[in-house]
Design a protein around this ligand. Structure first.
Ligand code: NAP
Length: 464
């Protein structure tokens, strides 16, 4: 069903603050500025001086093609009606009440920045780490210290069968030479070069047909030039139409994707090992029962699983211990509550309908909208955020007239930030960082960009 065209509002332009400059936030700005009916001014606000969110700090550095989406996002931030405001944290530097003075509407696009938990004993032992931490480290997130990882163990367990699990397993299994032309910060590359890791165990608590990873990422893993990927042929010898007592899979898109995964895994399982220096061992039907160790991790106790007649995951009671000096928990991301904004603690998202934020009584919160992972949970690929943000913007534009006509005369964002004494950065500052990273890549003879690392490095370039 298509929505009616929104009315041209009076008292415009419509001033919209987008919180978060990841794909969802930038696509929201894009949808707002692509239409002509309602004049808009968009401030895309981020707590970091660098835009693009997970495109910069989540997409694996060796996925250079996917990272290329930043070029499209850049065009949005360079639109004359869009402004990037960096170094401003929503909730501390700037509150919802402040934004009520400066903008007619707010779109929260803050993503899902923390890891979900496995809820097993030993999960918090030193050496058991959220995959989000590891990803932040190799992506050069300024909040993560360079010394966070030393990679002085031979065996690592990665828990989870999503694309993030494949990303971290792949980065651990690649040689520094294979990663040289990526944007990985130089000290991180040096740590990876000195890595003692030899075996990465990937634990999938269900079977190959239920794994969440997608075929392109699986292909990347199976094609690693410097690592043998070991798949137990017995675990992939499955009739895809007779799994889980017939409860799964349905004949839909998901099932098709799963069947592709199964085909790739079966072909791979029949191949000879090449005797390469590193190994990635895929364990299906294996769920963590306990992270083992006294002062730090020394292994994971794993229970074998199966699906019951209703397709539910059940433990068989049979356990095996896998020795490991590091455990990376890659069991999904979760959203964090935003001060003054309703939150659903179960779904770890902001309650919404059509992108309009809803309060505990099921009423629309006037002027508040949501897009991306904080709206729908940590699912989908980058492109999913485009249609998601466009749907939110359609709702916002439908409300535009009411938002503009009833709002008080706005105060400028600068005035409010100045009142607070909050220094902030702008798009030009980001371009300085961008250039410094390109220069560094030239100096080191490493690809197009080598990321700066840490707040101090950013400040030096911006000259704060
Ligand atoms: P995800 O796709 O939700 O995968 C989470 C995995 O963790 C699932 O295999 C899940 O198994 C497992 N899991 C959950 N709780 C567990 C537990 N307690 N014990 C053991 N295993 C557990 O999450 P993600 O990998 O973090 O990815 C997040 C989103 O980003 C996804 O949409 C993903 O496709 C996307 N992403 C895309 C790319 C790319 O396109 N290249 C790269 C990275 C991420 P069950 O299925 O049994 O729950």
């Amino acid at each position: 069903m298509t929505s009616p065209e929104p009315e041209q509002p009076t008292g415009g332009p419509l001033r919209v603050a987008v919180i978060g400059s990841g794909p969802a936030g930038v696509y929201a700005a894009d949808a707002l500025t692509r239409q002509r009916r309602v004049p808009v001014r968009v401030d895309v606000i981020d707590r970091l001086p660098t835009p693009y969110g997970l495109v910069r700090y989540g997409v694996a550095p060796d996925h250079i093609k996917i990272k290329g989406v930043a070029r499209a996002l850049r065009r949005v931030l360079e639109h004359p009606d869009v402004r990037f405001v960096g170094g401003v944290e929503f909730g501390t530097d700037l509150t919802r009440a402040d934004l009520a003075r400066t903008h007619h509407a707010v779109v929260y696009a803050t993503g899902a920045s923390v890891d979900r938990r496995m809820d097993v004993p030993g999960e918090d032992l030193p050496g058991s780490v959220a995959a989000t931490d590891f990803v932040n480290w190799y992506c050069g997130h300024p909040d993560t210290e360079l010394e966070r990882f030393v990679l002085d163990t031979e065996d690592v367990v990665v828990v989870g069968a999503g694309n993030v699990a494949l990303d971290v397993a792949r980065i651990l299994a690649k040689t520094a030479d294979e990663l040289r032309h990526t944007d990985i910060p130089q000290p991180v590359l040096e740590t990876l070069a000195a890595s003692r890791v030899r075996t990465v165990h990937l634990l999938a608590r269900r079977g190959p047909l239920q794994a969440k990873f997608t075929a392109p990422e699986l292909r990347d893993l199976l094609a690693l030039p410097g690592a043998d990927v070991v798949v137990d042929p017995r675990q992939v010898d499955i009739d895809p139409t007779a799994v889980g007592g017939g409860a799964t899979p349905e004949l839909g898109e998901v099932a098709r994707a799963a069947r592709t995964n199964l085909k790739l895994l079966r072909e791979h399982a029949s191949r000879e090992r090449r005797g390469l220096p590193r190994t990635v061992r895929m364990h299906f039907w294996a769920r963590p029962k306990e992270v083992l160790g006294q002062d730090r991790v020394n292994g994971v106790r794993v229970e074998s699983t199966r699906l019951d007649a209703d397709g539910r995951l059940t433990g068989t009671g049979e356990t095996t211990d896998i020795p490991a000096g590091m455990v990376l928990r890659s069991v999904g991301y979760a959203g964090v509550p935003l001060p003054g904004v309703p939150f659903d603690p179960r779904g770890r998202t902001v309650p919404q309908e059509g992108g309009r934020v809803m309060d505990a009584d099921g009423e629309v919160v006037r002027g508040d909208y949501v897009a991306g992972w904080i709206k729908r949970g940590a699912t989908g690929v980058i492109g999913t955020n485009k249609s998601d943000a466009a749907a939110t913007v359609r709702s916002l534009l439908e409300d535009a007239e009411e938002l503009c006509s009833t709002a008080p005369a706005p105060v400028s964002l600068e005035e409010v930030l100045d009142e607070r004494g909050i220094a902030h950065s702008d798009y030009e500052d980001w371009l300085r960082i961008d250039t410094a990273e390109a220069d560094q890549a030239m100096e080191l003879d490493r690809g197009e960009r080598v990321k700066l690392h840490g707040w101090e490095a950013y400040r030096r370039v911006i000259g704060e």
